[in-house]
Design a protein around this ligand. Structure first.
Ligand SMILES: C[S@@+](CC[C@H](N)C(=O)[O-])C[C@H]1O[C@@H](n2cnc3c(N)ncnc32)[C@H](O)[C@@H]1O
Length: 214
């Protein structure tokens, strides 16, 4: 996932994730394209008709927009009212007939409809660890047999693994979460990043597309 060029007035978006400053994050990523994991999952549906999808942790809507543009019905969920407001402010999304939005924390989320695709880009690790197992069961239960998951988990060597309220996983732990799925993409990324302000972060991320066994 290529980074956009930065200007001195535009810090790297990762600083906002460190402090959970989501409004700052939404401004920093405005205009960015959909995530590669979502595009990979969509390509793998081949000529199957668009159906129902959840975009979990949708933020300001970069992935929701793509899903709608491709004809999917989307339930977009985020804990940030600001994120949902920004998503609805995108052209044509204020009252889009195939878009439903919901403000909910991951920790409170227990009822999800069954869907063909559950997309969760760069958001699952922000679930508080005590709630993670139930949250993960809610996610996997929502995916129909033959349906797909797309998104990221963060690894144990990521800088943010030291923050107590984050849910990070070793590679074997991450793989074990997909029992009952076929892994179609499981790309492990590990790299150090430093921006022009000297802020540094080690990224250790698993980019995942998985198909639930029928
Ligand atoms: C790094 S952003 C990713 C947003 C978008 N999916 C993307 O790929 O750009 C993480 C998103 O998760 C949401 N989020 C973080 N923690 C959350 C929680 N505990 N419950 C609900 N949403 C949460 C934030 O509001 C934010 O929109």
């Amino acid at each position: 996932m290529a980074d956009q060029p930065k200007t001195p007035s535009q810090p790297s978006s990762f600083i906002y994730g460190a402090t959970r400053d989501w409004p700052g994050y939404f401004d920093a990523v405005a205009g960015k394209p959909p995530r590669e994991t979502l595009l990979e999952a969509l390509n793998r549906f081949n000529d199957e008709s668009p159906a129902d999808a959840i975009d979990l942790g949708c933020g300001e809507g970069r992935d929701t927009q793509e899903l709608l543009d491709r004809g999917w019905n989307v339930l977009a969920i985020d804990g940030s009212q600001t994120g949902i407001d920004k998503l609805r402010q995108r052209p044509g999304l204020a009252d889009h007939p195939r878009l439903t939005t919901r403000v909910s924390s991951f920790e409170e989320l227990t009822d999800l409809p069954k869907v063909r695709l559950l997309n969760a880009s760069f958001c699952i690790p922000f679930c508080i660890p005590e709630h993670f197992d139930r949250f993960w069961n809610t996610i996997t239960d929502a995916i129909e047999p033959g349906g797909r998951f797309s998104g990221q988990l963060f690894g144990d060597r990521d800088s943010w693994a030291a923050i107590p309220d984050r849910s990070h996983h070793t590679r074997p732990e991450a793989e074990a979460l997909f029992t009952g799925f076929d892994l179609e993409m499981f790309d492990e990324e590990e790299r150090d990043k430093q921006d022009f302000q000297g802020l540094a972060k080690r990224w250790h991320v698993f980019h995942i597309v998985a198909r639930k066994r029928a």
